[in-house]
Write a protein that binds this ligand. Sequence first.
Ligand SMILES: Nc1ncnc2c1ncn2[C@@H]1O[C@H](COP(=O)(O)OP(=O)(O)O)[C@@H](O)[C@H]1O
Ligand SMILES: [Mg+2]
Length: 429
Amino acid sequence: MNDVKMSSDGESDPASSSDDVQSPVRVRLRNKKISTEDINKRLSLPADIRLPDDYLEKFNLIGPALFEQPISRRLRRVSLSEIGFGKLETYIKLDKLGEGTYATVYKGRSKLTENLVALKEIRLEHEEGAPCTAIREVSLLKDLKHANIVTLHDIIHTQKSLTLVFEYLDKDLKQYLDDCGNTIHVHNVKLFLFQLLRGLSYCHRRKVLHRDLKPQNLLINERGELKLADFGLARAKSIPTKTYSNEVVTLWYRPPDILLGSTDYSTHIDMWGVGCIFYEMATGRPLFPGSTVEEELHFIFKLLGTPTEQSWPGISSNEEFVTCNYPQYRAERLSNHTPRLSSEGVELLSKFLQFEGKKRISADESMNHCYFSNLGNRVRSLPDTTSIFSLPEIQLEKETKKPTATPDPGNTHTPHTGNIPSRRRSLLF
Ligand SMILES: Nc1ncnc2c1ncn2[C@@H]1O[C@H](COP(=O)(O)OP(=O)(O)O)[C@@H](O)[C@H]1O
Ligand SMILES: [Mg+2]
């Protein structure tokens, strides 16, 4: 239980003294008043964190000495803790947002900054040490700094739980779909897809795969910024089928090669899910809502055609495929199913939905697809941490709010979910 220590900056500290070695970088701040920016830089806090004035005062009293010498990791942790980071009492827990694959997520408020936060609480009672999913998520997220990836603000490790503190976003994409009556403005579909690709391209360049892309793991704020969240499975050795609370992990966004037993995990694994999400945003319906692996593949083959040795070399020697003995479906026209998408959109969609991983378009390449040409060129050359909405030509369209009381009649596949509020409901699959 105590063998992994998490500091509030997320670094595990094996209690060695090597991290106290003096850094050659000297910070000269003598005779200069310490600003929030200095503190942020010094302590590696997220750039957007605003500390209250009385904390600044405190730092100007005790701070100068600290700021004159190179800081050690241990000292940094002490000073972070002095500000209030790494402590549960710094956050007020508000409503429960939901229970996901391995954690319970609450809305919260930071007493430090007054900002809303999301508290992802991972219980440690039944585990030996912090669960590896959480450790993986933390170690990955610390290094991912991008406008389309959720920011990790703080980490709190107690005997009973590990809590990750994230920036708060208003809703996930599932709830966004519900709130606009499953009809997202087509221009916003494009903006969301572009941001998804932008975040993913950043991850893939760093050899980080997400592996659990689905609307519930994409968060959207009021400005229309979409951010990738939930990197819990990003480095797992295998993809689980059940959550810790024994709920089934959704198969809807899983590519056919993985469904048929491939363990060749590479960036292509995420691109299939992008296609499914693109379709779902454009039509308001999940593309392949199977409840078993066999049914999932059945849905896929029914739309894209049952694969043959020609369309998918090697498929005829896949045991699982052969034993299921699927009917010989012919590929349907994608455009018949996506009336709201332009022909460029349909063309891009078909490039995501390739049976073979290596044939799928990459995140980077897809951002250059002609479907996005009316967004202009500047969206592709923004600095990583700059939002696309910083460009005046990028504007979110207003959604027409529709009541969500009646389920979409066109969607015969949607499992019955009763009267659970949409955000929580979305966590059930
Ligand atoms: N930063 C956040 N802001 C707002 N809501 C969030 C945030 N992070 C997660 N949520 C909500 O909580 C749900 C579960 O969080 P997630 O990180 O996906 O956990 P899990 O690994 O348990 O699925 C998400 O689907 C979303 O609805
Ligand atoms: Mg999740």
